[in-house]
Design a protein around this ligand. Sequence first.
Ligand code: V47
Ligand code: SF4
Length: 392
Amino acid sequence: MMSVLTETFTSQMKEIASKVIAGNRISPEEGLYLFKEAELSELGILANLIREKKHGDKTYFNRNFHVEPTNVCLYTCTFCSYSRLIKKRDEGWEYTHDDIMDIIKSYDGKPVTEVHIVGGVLPQYDIKFYADLFKAIKEHRPDLHIKALTPVEYHYIFKKGKVTYEEGMKLMKEAGLDSMPGGGAEIFHPEIRDQIAGGKCSGDQWLRIHEIWHELGHRSNATMLYGHIEKYEHRIDHLEQLRQLQDKTGGFQTFIPLKFRNKGNQLSHLEESNVLEDLRNYAISRIYLDNFDHIKAYWPMIGRTTAQMSLAFGVDDIDGTIDDTTKIYTMAGSEEQNPSLSTYELVNLIKTVNRKPIERDTLYKVINDFSETEFEEDKIYKGYTSLPVINN
Ligand code: V47
Ligand code: SF4
């Protein structure tokens, strides 16, 4: 199999390929080589091999909705198009406990399994606010999985509330928190983090809070915001730190690369990465993170077509049916101005590229295997049926 796959590979690429095919780990230097030198087709072959070894054609999604309590924020991350400074708070929103419960209740009777809660950082959203909110959600709908807040919020509220990370995460669990999303990771390396996300939790603090959450027996996700001012060395450093923590705890479920979008933020002068770069990044993430089960493409950010293509470059999950409840990407220039896909549409988007759509819950328990389900023609999202022209 090795020779069939690698006939045209360089000698260094052959070495890397033989490791990947044997199920062995590649080094940071080899990861860097992949970013700098490898052909997209080579990366695709290797990433798809791993993806199919782990999951066959299965492609996961879930039914979720987002709640963003506020877009007013104390911090001024230069890539963020979504937040409003306190002095401009009248341009933003600041939901109360009751406002948020109204949103939660508006999903009563709908087959969603998860609420994803994340937003800006403000003093009134403190430990008590979130603990009361999680309790109220669980009282109202005990089966709804609460995936909420990132170390950016946790670091802030625990410091303000004078509790340690350990005490704080225990409090959150007792209140009803089920898992942590992957946000706030950006780029861990201080050379970049200080320039794009100065003032919020450091890379080490982000990793430490996830570590504590994992040690308490719970799961979380991880992200990387790429395609701005970072170099490939910073991406490898980021992936390496995640891989090391995963070796220690095994608590990460999914890695989600997040493509920087440039509309309406302080980094608007930067060009966005193109589709080829996005696919390369998915593939290298899949190859490098050998101890992560899942790689997710967040379709509201990259668009449906790239999400479909990513399924051949290591991705096995395309997030959920978002139902137009997140503003993070629409405000940053995503082509998905209305990020909502019905289950029919999501299922057919996956089927169009010959993969098996599997509805999962947050912890990847299978809820529904849709691979044999046929939907009516008018409910089918067509997506691309032949390879699209890549012109940017
Ligand atoms: O941390 C903000 C990113 C993240 C921009 O865990 C931007 O299942 C690109 O983490 N261009 C929040 N990215 C979203 C997030 C997430 C999304 C989907 C699923 C999960 C999960 C987590 O969004 C932030 C930041 O890295 N972000 N602004 C921008 N202009
Ligand atoms: Fe605030 Fe998050 Fe935006 Fe940074 S990315 S400014 S922490 S909302």
